[in-house]
Design a protein. Structure first.
Length: 257
């Protein structure tokens, strides 16, 4: 990795992941409470299926999802992607020690999203993808991401986009799901009308190491929530994603630098 990229990664850790300092931790300090395991059988209260638009039919790519089935990761990723594209827009609420906030996204007329987030120890930031470019605002104005730039802020913006993608970018979420070779659909529903689908083993996608991933879909294949225990850019934690307002209009505009 180039020196500039390494510096950008450290700055990203401080700005987004909320690391207070880049010095080694005090080994005498008490251990932090471990993040909750994402493998709990009880479904979050927020995953109760909501009514889908009249006439909604799950895409053909979701046909193999049924109780007790083993589903190929590529097929499940395609299913989730096809559902989100078909719904057209929505919101993802994020919670966890690594990242919190909301993501509004739309595929109409062009794909775009806006993450209003807080990383680590309550460090706020905004991340956009609009007109084919990422933008990051850490409170002092939006900066366009460019990993190849000599400008440190543009490198940090690019690192932030990479860091946040598994949580906030619907396209990347589908790719992350597809990276697990196999998923198991629970024989019994997590709740009425809810499929609980878990990755069968740890897996890796780009620079993301995933220990466990539990996805919940409604019986019509609409995504409800995901709980992901993972390590990204050296930071480990569990993030819960809750899908909301699918199909409701979303308007996202590019920030001004």
């Amino acid at each position: 990795m180039k020196v500039a990229r390494a510096a950008a990664a450290l700055a990203l850790a401080a700005a987004i992941a909320g690391c207070a300092a880049q010095t080694p931790p005090d080994e005498t300090a008490p251990e932090e409470t471990a993040a909750p395991s994402p493998t709990a059988e009880t479904a979050p209260a927020t995953v109760t299926p909501t009514p889908t638009p009249s006439g909604w039919t799950a895409p053909d790519s979701c046909a193999g999802i049924e109780a007790g089935a083993t589903v190929d990761g590529a097929d499940l990723g395609a299913c989730v992607q096809d559902v989100l594209v078909a719904q057209g827009s929505g919101r993802i609420s994020l919670s966890g020690p690594m990242l919190r906030g909301t993501v509004d996204f739309t595929f109409e007329p062009d794909y775009a999203f806006h993450l209003d987030g807080t990383g680590g120890t309550d460090i706020p930031f905004d991340l956009w993808f609009v007109d084919g470019a990422h933008w990051l605002d850490r409170g002092d104005g939006a900066v366009e991401a460019d990993a190849s730039s000599d400008d440190r802020d543009q490198q940090i913006a690019a690192e932030a986009a990479d860091y946040a993608a598994p949580f906030s970018d619907p396209r990347a979420i589908a790719e992350l799901i597809a990276a697990s070779p196999a998923w198991e659909v629970a024989a019994e529903p997590a709740a009425a009308g809810v499929y609980r689908i878990a990755s069968t083993a740890p897996f890796r996608w780009n620079e993301v190491d995933v220990d466990t991933f539990v996805l919940r879909l409604a019986s019509d294949a609409t995504p409800l929530s995901a709980e992901v225990a993972l390590t990204v850019h050296g930071f480990a934690g569990t993030v819960t994603q809750t899908f909301e307002r699918l199909g409701q209009p979303v308007e996202i505009t590019a920030p001004t630098g």
